[in-house]
Design a protein around this ligand. Structure first.
Ligand SMILES: [Zn+2]
Ligand SMILES: [Zn+2]
Length: 141
């Protein structure tokens, strides 16, 4: 049943997780918050139903930020030892939990479906042909 089960964790290994089933969605986000959180050109969120994520190891610290666009909170959870943001939840998407895509042991197992908030993307960013690209948030389904 769990052919989709995948594992990952923080840089130091104090926090580990296991996800099962297929992600609900996989988004690359170019917003300024994701840039700062990751230190990278964009953040990758692999979104699951909360019950499909099992987190083990040390308790994480949390950091809550409000979107300056929507005013809603985004709550990041990060390893208290190494600082890696492993997961987050959003006021906007109750019942879903995002895993930071780069923390998977195999960070190549999922397919990015869409790039969002590309209005703040780097000028040298190029997008693959098969992905949807949105200037701002994902439009309502
Ligand atoms: Zn760690
Ligand atoms: Zn973002």
């Amino acid at each position: 049943m769990n052919s989709e089960a995948q594992e990952g964790g923080c840089q130091c290994g104090a926090v580990r997780y296991r996800t099962s089933e297929r992600p609900k969605r996989v988004l690359a986000c170019h917003c300024t918050g994701c840039k700062r959180r990751t230190g990278a050109a964009y953040g990758v969120g692999v979104y699951f139903a909360e019950n499909d994520v099992v987190i083990t190891g040390d308790p994480m610290q949390t950091y809550e930020v409000r979107s300056d666009e929507s005013g809603r909170w985004i709550r990041s959870e990060f390893c208290a030892s190494c600082g890696t943001t492993v997961t987050w939840t959003l006021e906007l998407r109750p019942g879903l939990r995002a895993i930071a895509g780069g923390t998977y042991d195999n960070p190549d197992w999922f397919v990015i479906q869409a790039h969002i908030w590309t209005r703040s993307a780097r000028g040298d960013m190029r997008y693959p042909d098969h992905v949807d690209v949105f200037e701002k948030a994902l439009p309502p389904a």
